[in-house]
Design a protein around this ligand. Structure first.
Ligand code: ISL
Ligand code: CA
Length: 540
């Protein structure tokens, strides 16, 4: 028999609260808005909601810069609203996991403010260092295209920040920091949350602050990527906190190979339960995401396959709040918008692992239709634009980079209706809606049996009813000529998934009874239409 776990059988829905549903007309999504949409989430077949940060925060990085881990941002509501949301979700058998952002805090966090005084007991909560030879303490570079050190006049020293300068890194060499984090985790677990999505969790421990080997990106990263000390912290959190609760963790882990992935989430390691790996999301880029190459579905399929074969249980995802929309990226958001959205859904729910849907993905939302920088809101985009201008990259090319790669592609408000502001808000949205909400919206799709939304519902139901799609062994059959074929096997049963990632009609050799087809085929004759996806059932 296989190792049954509720979080393996679950389908997770990620909510980016700011862009999901506004309930009070201030243009910002909020907790009450989520509450109003719980029925829709339940009807989709969701078992777990991952809530992107709703804590108190100056929102320099939309909540990934926390100034109080035990308070709700007033934009989103109150702690009472949060408790009600947990309770109402539970009534619908939906659990909630929180975003745990512990690599850094906000520079407005009281710990950081106190730590600016060299004599403060909070001084060692962060990395404070003197200038070295008149320059910065080391040569590291940040995730957002800047230097990693910021000068603070109050203490005449620099502090480390791997992300924006408003996000100082916590120092895990201090036992006090880890003790604080454990308390914060218990605080939320005691409130009834069912676990955490752990932000950049494999870089929290810096083994040394020495200069790094000069690299095109992230100089210095060999001193903090998945260090032994990082593994030790994860085991300690598991042992001292998580073990006492019925919960799970999914780690956002950057720059990991399948082998490193195993070291982070194999069950016997007792660290994380699953991870978001990035390799498949990086198949359409050169070195950094800002330099895109043409999407190649064969490479994509091979990378996915490699992970399926190496890591026993992983998070399956094609979108989140940091990524452009999958249909615009891996599918075709024009003529084959419907078919390719459904093809990607077919893949999402038939791979081995826990599937994560990002809000709007279930209705095939696409990248933004903005015209210039003034419509963007993301700090990463602003910093990269600044850097690109400094490097004399032509303005028109910079805008092209933004259009394809900006994180705001995934942050346009949820398209609920065809009306003005798409039912997201009665006020002025904090970020512009995509004008295509007239064509792409929840309400229309809810009423159309053939919609992408109803295809998602069907696939989620199919997965829930067929343990073979959850626990079955994965096997690759073909990843070439834009055709991806794999199977899942359990006991005597076999399910074969056949995907045509192209606009060409192609033929393949496969037989079985049709379980699902994005062309509503009743039987399969080996001919694959553009972006066709078909799931066949047979005996081994
Ligand atoms: O978004 C990325 C690429 O554009 C990633 O490099 C991203 O910065 C990285 O995956 C870490 O992301 C997480 O931590 C960041 C935050 O800005 C992201 O929203 C979050 O998902 C810092 O907390
Ligand atoms: Ca609001």
């Amino acid at each position: 028999e296989y190792d049954r776990k509720w979080w393996k059988e679950a389908v997770v829905y990620q909510i980016y609260p700011k862009s999901f549903q506004d309930s009070n007309g201030d243009g910002i999504g909020d907790l009450n808005g989520i509450l109003q949409r719980l029925d829709e989430i339940e009807a989709l077949g969701i078992n777990v909601i991952w809530l992107s940060p709703v804590y108190k925060s100056p929102n320099i990085d939309n909540g990934y810069d926390i100034s109080d881990y035990r308070e709700i941002h007033t934009d989103y509501g109150s702690m009472a609203d949060m408790e009600l949301l947990i309770k109402e979700a539970e009534k619908r058998n939906i659990k909630i996991i929180m975003d745990l952002v512990i690599n850094h805090t906000s520079d407005q966090h009281p710990w950081f403010q106190a730590s600016r005084d060299p004599k403060s007991p909070y001084r060692d909560y962060y990395y404070w260092h003197k200038s070295k030879n008149g320059g910065l303490p080391n040569n590291w570079t940040s995730f957002f295209g800047e230097k990693c050190w910021e000068y603070d006049a109050l203490s005449d020293e620099y502090y480390l920040h791997l992300f924006a300068k408003e996000q100082p890194d916590l120092n895990y060499h201090s036992a006090k920091v880890l003790a604080e984090i454990k308390d914060i985790m218990r605080f939320w677990l005691d409130k009834g949350v069912a676990g955490f999505r752990c932000d950049v969790i494999n870089i929290i421990y810096k083994s040394s602050l020495e200069d790094g080997k000069k690299k095109l990106i992230l100089t210095g990263s060999e001193h903090y990527l998945s260090q032994e000390g990082n593994h030790a912290i994860l085991r300690e959190l598991r042992h001292d906190v998580l073990k006492g609760y019925d919960c799970f963790t999914v780690g956002e882990t950057v720059f990991v190979t399948p082998e490193m992935g195993n070291a982070l989430c194999a069950p016997e390691r007792e660290e994380l339960d699953m991870i978001f790996s990035f390799e498949h999301m990086e198949t359409d880029q050169y070195i950094v995401k800002w330099f895109k190459k043409k999407f190649n579905s064969d490479t994509f399929a091979k990378v996915i396959s490699k992970w399926q074969n190496t890591v026993d249980w992983n998070a399956i995802y094609f979108e989140n709040h940091d990524q452009p929309r999958s249909v615009s990226r891996f599918g075709n958001d024009q003529k084959y918008w419907d078919k390719s959205s459904k093809l990607l859904a077919t893949l999402l729910f038939t791979l081995k692992g826990t599937p994560f849907i990002y809000q709007g993905q279930e209705i095939g939302m696409t990248n933004f239709d903005y015209k210039d920088m003034s419509e963007l809101r993301d700090i990463e985009s602003f910093n990269i634009e600044k850097l690109a201008r400094k490097l004399h990259i032509p303005k028109s090319y910079i805008w092209k980079m933004m259009k394809r790669c900006s994180r705001d592609n995934g942050r346009t408000p949820m398209q609920w209706t065809r009306e003005k502001n798409a039912g997201f808000t009665d006020g002025t949205p904090w970020i512009q809606l995509n004008k295509n909400h007239i064509k792409i919206n929840f309400q229309d799709q809810d009423h159309s049996s053939n919609s992408i939304l109803n295809y998602y519902r069907k696939m989620i139901k199919l997965r829930a009813e067929n343990h073979i799609l959850i626990y079955g062994e994965y096997k690759l059959h073909k990843a070439s000529k834009n055709i991806f074929i794999f199977s899942r096997q359990l006991n005597q049963d076999k399910i074969t998934i056949i995907l045509n990632f192209s606009i060409r009609t192609q033929t393949v050799n496969a037989t079985g009874n049709v379980l699902v087809s994005n062309y509503d085929k009743q039987y399969f004759d080996g001919i694959l239409l553009p972006y066709e996806a078909v799931v066949l059932k047979s005996k081994k």
